[in-house]
Design a protein around this ligand. Structure first.
Ligand SMILES: [Zn+2]
Length: 382
């Protein structure tokens, strides 16, 4: 099957929500694409969407603030717990709040070439199969301010923490009023972030991330067929990225022991509109900078191949990518994604992320670029 046909098939499901009835059908479809490889279905526990995570954080925080009215100590403890978990979650660190119920079971697919003796180097090709809850925050007029509004929320959470400490030490009626208003504001924020999921459900995800899955698969097939001397290719199709990169984290935890200094990761996410970018900066509060040998090889490839000349580096500060765990763990990683002229991903997490809005060119380029990077890694001297 060509990458374009894979996108078409994935987009033919109404959505690919985690643990919805579509999950098994999607995984079955993907599994049968691999006749000469071993496919393992690796399950993990996860919240079903980020909606329950966001509401745990907001209700915990709001309850803490409201408790300040009658029990400052309880208010202080609750705000401390929930502010800490929120800061971790929204800066894309592992946060205990992702272990709060309700849980579902979801799956990663891990695909390896049959009977290969391990080679010196390993390249993991990754993409998430799941689609996101539709959200108001991704409307074109909102998404431009995503990082700003996230930063504002993080500042207001620190303010909530300050108010709780001050009410505990020295109660003050005016500050108590501010705390109550803040509780109300957080609840409004929660409604804004999640109302469109209640109204509209999940996005179809033709661009985010059927294109990425198709690109990862075709790259893997192409590199497997080259029988590279020094480089193993593992393909990992993750679930629950849209919950908070949960599948990728589960994969890393399960396989961390196998990773050596010669393990590399290319992640493909949202390649259906705009120009292909090598993403070198992500992060919400702080910058996460990707500056490693893989990025170097990617840049090299763009200068050496005529069809890849117009690819540049890009930044993405609206949520994050599956690669974040690997990057933080010191595994040379990069994400390939497509951005429009304003640095945005058109249609993602909206009802318009459908097949008719997909431009296949960035996906085709990502496949070519990733293949070149793989060939360079194979030849690289240690
Ligand atoms: Zn995505």
């Amino acid at each position: 099957m060509t990458s374009k046909q894979i996108v078409e098939k994935l987009a033919s499901f109404p959505n690919r929500g985690v643990a919805t009835p579509n999950e098994i059908q999607v995984l079955d479809f993907l599994t049968q694409l691999f006749t000469n490889q071993t496919v393992s279905r690796e399950s993990f526990r996860t919240p079903k969407t980020y909606v329950s995570v966001v509401w745990w954080l907001i209700l915990g925080l709001a309850t803490g603030l409201i408790c300040l009215n009658f029990s400052p100590i309880l208010g202080l403890v609750l705000t401390f717990i929930f502010v800490t978990m929120a800061l971790l979650y929204f800066n894309w660190y592992a946060s205990p709040v992702t272990s709060f119920p309700p849980f579902v079971t979801s799956n990663n697919l891990v695909i390896k070439k049959n009977v290969s003796t391990p080679k010196a180097k390993k390249l993991i090709l990754m993409a998430h199969w799941d689609t996101a809850p539709i959200s108001l925050l991704y409307r074109p007029e909102m998404v431009g301010n995503f990082r700003k509004s996230l930063r504002l929320s993080l500042i207001l959470m620190l303010l909530a923490q300050f108010l709780a400490i001050s009410q505990f030490l020295l109660p003050n009626t005016f500050l108590l009023l501010v705390a109550n208003i803040l509780a109300f504001y957080f609840i409004l924020q929660g409604i804004t972030a999640t109302i469109d999921f209640v109204r509209l459900g999940y996005s179809n995800g033709a661009s985010d991330n059927a294109t990425g899955v198709a690109a990862a698969i075709e790259t893997a097939q192409n590199l497997w067929s080259k029988n590279l001397q020094n480089l193993d290719i593992d393909l990992v199709i993750t679930g629950a990225e849209e919950v908070g990169m949960i599948g990728a984290r589960a994969y890393m935890k399960a396989h961390y022991q196998e990773f050596t200094k010669e393990t590399y990761l290319i992640n493909f996410d949202t390649l259906g509109s705009g120009d292909l970018k090598i993403i070198t900066q992500t992060g919400s509060w702080s910058n996460i900078v990707y500056d490693n040998v893989l990025v170097k090889k990617a840049k090299e490839a763009t200068t050496q191949t005529a069809d890849l000349k117009d690819i540049s580096t890009g930044a993405w500060h609206t949520a994050d990518f599956d690669s974040v765990w690997f990057q933080r763990a010191g595994i040379p990683s990069l994400t390939l994604a497509a951005l429009d002229k304003n640095g945005r991903m058109p249609n993602i997490h909206r009802p318009t992320d459908t097949l008719e809005n997909v431009d296949f060119r960035p996906m085709e380029k990502a496949i070519l670029l990733a293949e070149k990077i793989g060939e360079k890694l194979n030849l690289m001297e240690n």
